[in-house]
Each structure stands twice: as structure tokens, then as C-alpha cells.
Write a protein that binds this ligand. Structure first.
Ligand SMILES: Cc1ncc(COP(=O)(O)O)c(C=O)c1O
Length: 408
């Protein structure tokens, strides 16, 4: 891609920038932990966490599998060039065609819905090939780890429930099919705490299910959801130690592959979002800092607090400290407040606010609202490369079909 003498000071804001050294460090630490504790392992990068093509190529070149959760993501993995059997196909948004193709190609396919059981039955009936599948387990993690899961007492909506017998029913349906083997358990869970306790519990559950149902399994897919790139949080080494301690009570490393599906732990910490102050609007109620950044790019679900940021003031002399500044975005939504700065030097037009560790569930959840996707750069050994162009009106009309049909 295009390479120029860019510096972080002359790039047009807003933009994302990937620190390749940090990305490489996260990957190295994950691989080292797997080698140490469970060297029979597969890493599937979670596409949904950030599906920037440059990142997907990066992970492919690192030998990762693609962890995809829809037919669109599955097609994207193929378009990026992931080998046809280096995919982990999860989720409830598979299409029948891609489900069948993934099974024909010997991908890791984890069944997550009743309709997939029906598709499997049809596939079994018309074939002599033996298909291997895994199944997504739904178990009451909140009961084992109170106040730690995202859904709390409402429980997860994914997979087949262990406690009420739905899992057993699904397992029985799968093993009754002569051309299908149940070879894996998928146990991804979304948690608030990402604690070690969560992963010990998941690993224990894998052992319990294997024992209770007398399953002969080729893999345990523990999912993603780890912390990464944060010094005061559990490290990959800590997670893998916990997982391996529990799993080895029922599984042998040589016989059972451990699958991990990291997303946030790899891509959050290396990515920053740089925005500039474009105006200041003082009202009787607030001092609003208007920026060319927005929550729609970095906090589209408005569920994060901006904990990691720094500010580059243009004026080197000390600014007056003011008690409250509302940093807000470019959209016309009143709620587009990125953060409130308390007792900090007054911001002026041209100052930059740089949000750090913001690479996960930011770009991939950004809507095309008012302004289109910003440019993305990567920085390696001081050299900056553009890895994704800013979207313009051209990308917005590229697939409307009206031009091709001569309608306009
Ligand atoms: C099935 C599955 N695997 C992996 C992930 C990645 O999780 P994270 O980005 O928290 O590591 C998710 C995220 O929701 C998921 O649903």
C-alpha cells in the first residue's frame, strides 16, 4: 500500500493507528503461553472484534485460523486467503450453504442452533463422507462465578443448555447420525471480569461434560474474552496455566487440541484513535469541546469509559485549568459525549486527543453515520503506512447497482 513520509503530527484526523510492535508482542506472549502449557493448540482470531483486512492478513500470516460467526465473515475469510480448512465456524448466523461447505472442507464447525442439527441430518443422509462437528455448550456460568458474566441472572442465549438436558438431547441427535462424529466442545462465554476463575470454571465444565457423556473429543474450544496488553490484569501465561491445570485432569495434550479465540486481548492495546479539537462552544450550562472524533467510531455502543487517553496541547505554555470540559463528537447526536475532563488544562482548537487501547469493537461496530469510516495507519519501527483509506461518498455508492444498470 501507499507509503509516504507521514508523522503522527501531519496526519489528517480523525484516524486509527496500529502499533505493530505492540501487536507483535501480544501475539508472541499468547504463542509462548500456549507452547508452555498446551502446545497442541489452534489460535482462531475473532473476526468480529476488528475485521480490518490488514489485520486479518496479519493474523493469517501468523498461522492463525479465522474464527467467523456469519456467512459474511466466512466469505471474508476466504477472500482474505485463509486456507479452506483453517476456519472455525461459530455462531447462529451461518447460512446452510456455507455450513455445508465448511464441513466438506473439514473446518472446525461448532453447532449453535437447532436448524444446524437439521442441516446435519440432511447432510448425513445424502453422503458417505464422515463429518466432524463440535457443539456450543450453554451452562450456568453465573451460578459458578456470581456477578462475573455479562448477562448475569438472565444467562447466555447461545448454545445448548447443560443443566436442563437440551445439550444431552442435541448430543444424542448428533451421535445418532452414522456419518457424523461429535469431536469438540465450544465453551466461549462473555464476561465482565475476564477473570482466571472464569477460565478454570470453563475448563472444569469441559471435563465434567466429557466425563458425564463419555465423549471422545478431539478438541476443546475455550473461546476468547481474555485480557491482553494490560500490566495490572491477568496475562496469557496466567490464563493458560489455569486452563491447563484443569483440562489435564481429563484430557491428554497429545490427544486433545486446545482452541482459543482471542480478539480484544490481541487488538485492543495496539490501536489508538487520534482526534482534534475543531471548536469550543461555551454555554450557560457547559463548556463543550467539539472534536472531529466521535463515539460512533470508538464507543458505538456507548458502554465504555475512556480510561486510556492523552492530550497533545498545541500551545506549550501552561493553560488555565478549568473544572469541567465536555469532550464531544462530530455527529448531530446530543449524546455524542466522549468524556468529561475534570480539572484539566483548557483545550483549544487544534489540540489533539488521543484515545489509546481502542482497537476492539470500535471500527467493526462503527456505523456509516454522518462521516464515513476513518483512515487507518500502521506504524512499524517509526515508519507509518496507510492500511485503509478513509471511506468517501464513492464507497457509499459503490454497490448500489444503479450505475451499472444505467439508472443514473
Ligand atoms: C464465539 C466467540 N469467540 C471469541 C470472541 C472474542 O472475544 P474477545 O474479543 O472478548 O476476545 C467472541 C466475542 O464475543 C465470541 O462470541
Amino acid at each position: 500500500m501507499e507509503e509516504q513520509k507521514w508523522t503522527e503530527d501531519n496526519l489528517k484526523t480523525p484516524y486509527f493507528i496500529i502499533d505493530e510492535t505492540e501487536l507483535a508482542k501480544n501475539i508472541r506472549q499468547l504463542k509462548a503461553a500456549l507452547t508452555k502449557y498446551w502446545d497442541n493448540a489452534i489460535i482462531g482470531y475473532s473476526f468480529k472484534t476488528n475485521s480490518l483486512p490488514w489485520l486479518l492478513h496479519y493474523f493469517k500470516d501468523e498461522g492463525f485460523f479465522a474464527e467467523v460467526v456469519s456467512d459474511d465473515e466466512y466469505e471474508l475469510a476466504k477472500a482474505i486467503g485463509f486456507e479452506k480448512d483453517k476456519m472455525i465456524y461459530n455462531g447462529v448466523a451461518k447460512s446452510k450453504e456455507t455450513f455445508e461447505e465448511a464441513l466438506q472442507n473439514n473446518c472446525v464447525v461448532n453447532i449453535d442452533s437447532h436448524r444446524e442439527l437439521d442441516w446435519l441430518k440432511e447432510l448425513n443422509a445424502g453422503s458417505t463422507k464422515v463429518y466432524e462437528v463440535g457443539i456450543r455448550v450453554n451452562f450456568d456460568l453465573e451460578k459458578h462465578c456470581p456477578n462475573e458474566t455479562v448477562m448475569g441472572n438472565e444467562g447466555s442465549r447461545f448454545g445448548f443448555c447443560y443443566e436442563n438436558g437440551e445439550l444431552l438431547k442435541a448430543v444424542k441427535r448428533i451421535v445418532s447420525l452414522p456419518n457424523v462424529r461429535l469431536t469438540g466442545l465450544h465453551l466461549h462465554n462473555s464476561t465482565k471480569t475476564r477473570s482466571l476463575n472464569i477460565y478454570s470454571t470453563i475448563a472444569k465444565m469441559a471435563c465434567e461434560i466429557k466425563k458425564t457423556y463419555a465423549l471422545d473429543l478431539k478438541y476443546i474450544d475455550i473461546g476468547g474474552g481474555f485480557f491482553g496488553g494490560l500490566i495490572n490484569k491477568p496475562q496469557f501465561d496466567d490464563y493458560l496455566k489455569c486452563i491447563s491445570t484443569e483440562l489435564s485432569k481429563e484430557f491428554k495434550k497429545e490427544e486433545t487440541t486446545l482452541i482459543v479465540e482471542p480478539g480484544i486481548s490481541l487488538v485492543a492495546s495496539p490501536i489508538r484513535y487520534v482526534s482534534s479539537v475543531i471548536d469550543v462552544n461555551e454555554t450557560n450550562r457547559n463548556y463543550f469541546i467539539i472534536t472531529d472524533g466521535s463515539n460512533i467510531n470508538i464507543n458505538p455502543l456507548q458502554n465504555k469509559q475512556m480510561k486510556f487517553y492523552h492530550i497533545k496541547y498545541q500551545c506549550s505554555s501552561q493553560q488555565k485549568v478549568i473544572d469541567k470540559q465536555v469532550v464531544s463528537g462530530f455527529t448531530c447526536m446530543e449524546e455524542d459525549w466522549l468524556m468529561i475532563l475534570e480539572y484539566s488544562p483548557k483545550l483549544s482548537v487544534g489540540d489533539q486527543i488521543i484515545y489509546e487501547k481502542i482497537g476492539a469493537y470500535s471500527l467493526s461496530l462503527s456505523p456509516l453515520f454522518i462521516k464515513y469510516f476513518p483512515a487507518v495507519y500502521a506504524k512499524r519501527e517509526g515508519i507509518i503506512t496507510k492500511v485503509s483509506e478513509k471511506w468517501t461518498a464513492q464507497q457509499m455508492i459503490q454497490s448500489d447497482g444503479l450505475h451499472d444498470k444505467g439508472i443514473i
